[in-house]
Ligand binder design. Structure first.
Ligand code: ADP
Length: 229
């Protein structure tokens, strides 16, 4: 069974033009898929529909056993624990340490302290940040902040990690390290959906690439390359 299914999905934010037009694609469990295209092509909209932040104007969006567009507000928190999301701007809580940022995700889910003290160090170790668990975000580099965000996204052991321009604020070396970390997470069994317009990232991955242009899929290739459209 596919993990992600978009079926005839269109999204119109206002009456002027469609952000997405009749999108059909599937992502299988274990895949690493990049979603690319110039700014405004519709990448973030795909992600918002997939995490239930926006609803399609037409069509259906499935994730695992969920039909995302039919989820009620009360069902969204439980659904989102199956989905780890990371963003370009990290979205860490500035007054909490790396450890506390990750722990907070478990606290709001009502997990007991004994789980928190066991799981948080494990996931910080996985992203290579054990030494910095007591640092606040402003005491971390951009790459380290993104590692904290990845640790937080991984804490519920999601089936998929969805990354929206995760290297957009990073220099080439940090970009490389974050992409290597996402590859490692994928190799350990988590499905990856990466939205990026970074040509270097796409070309070093040598994985499936879906290219969007003005809300339509214009290319969907295994071992795809970044192609200017
Ligand atoms: P990308 O992530 O590829 O840059 P987006 O999905 O953010 O593209 O945007 C696709 C199109 O939808 C753009 O034309 C953008 O201006 C429009 N759009 C995105 N979000 C909104 C919104 N909340 N309201 C109105 N238009 C939007």
């Amino acid at each position: 069974m596919a993990m992600v299914v978009f079926q005839g999905v269109s999204k119109i934010y206002n009456s002027h033009s469609a952000a997405l037009e009749d999108l059909d694609f599937e992502v299988q469990p274990g895949e690493f898929v990049s979603l690319t295209g110039r700014s405004g092509a519709g990448k973030s909209t795909v992600i918002k529909l997939l995490i239930g932040e926006e609803k399609p104007t037409k069509g259906r969006v499935f994730f695992s056993q969920y039909e995302v567009n039919k989820l009620k507000d009360g069902e969204l928190p439980a659904f989102r624990r199956h989905v780890g999301v990371i963003f370009q701007d990290f979205r860490l809580l500035p007054m909490k340490t790396a450890y506390e940022n990750v722990a907070f995700a478990l606290e709001v889910a009502g997990r007991p302290q004994r789980d928190i003290v066991e799981l948080v160090p494990q996931v910080l170790d996985m992203v290579g940040l054990s030494e910095k668990s007591g640092n606040f975000p402003h005491e971390l580099s951009g790459g380290e902040r993104q590692r904290v965000a990845i640790a937080r996204a991984m804490i519920h052991r999601p089936e998929i990690i969805i990354a929206d321009e995760p290297t957009g604020n990073l220099d080439p070396l940090n970009t490389y390290e974050i992409i290597k970390l996402l590859e490692k997470i994928n190799q350990l069994g988590t499905t990856l959906l990466l939205a990026t317009h970074d040509k270097e990232v796409i070309n070093t991955l040598e994985k499936r690439v879906i290219t969007l242009d003005r809300g339509r899929i214009i290319r969907d290739e295994e071992k795809g390359k970044y192609i200017l459209v």
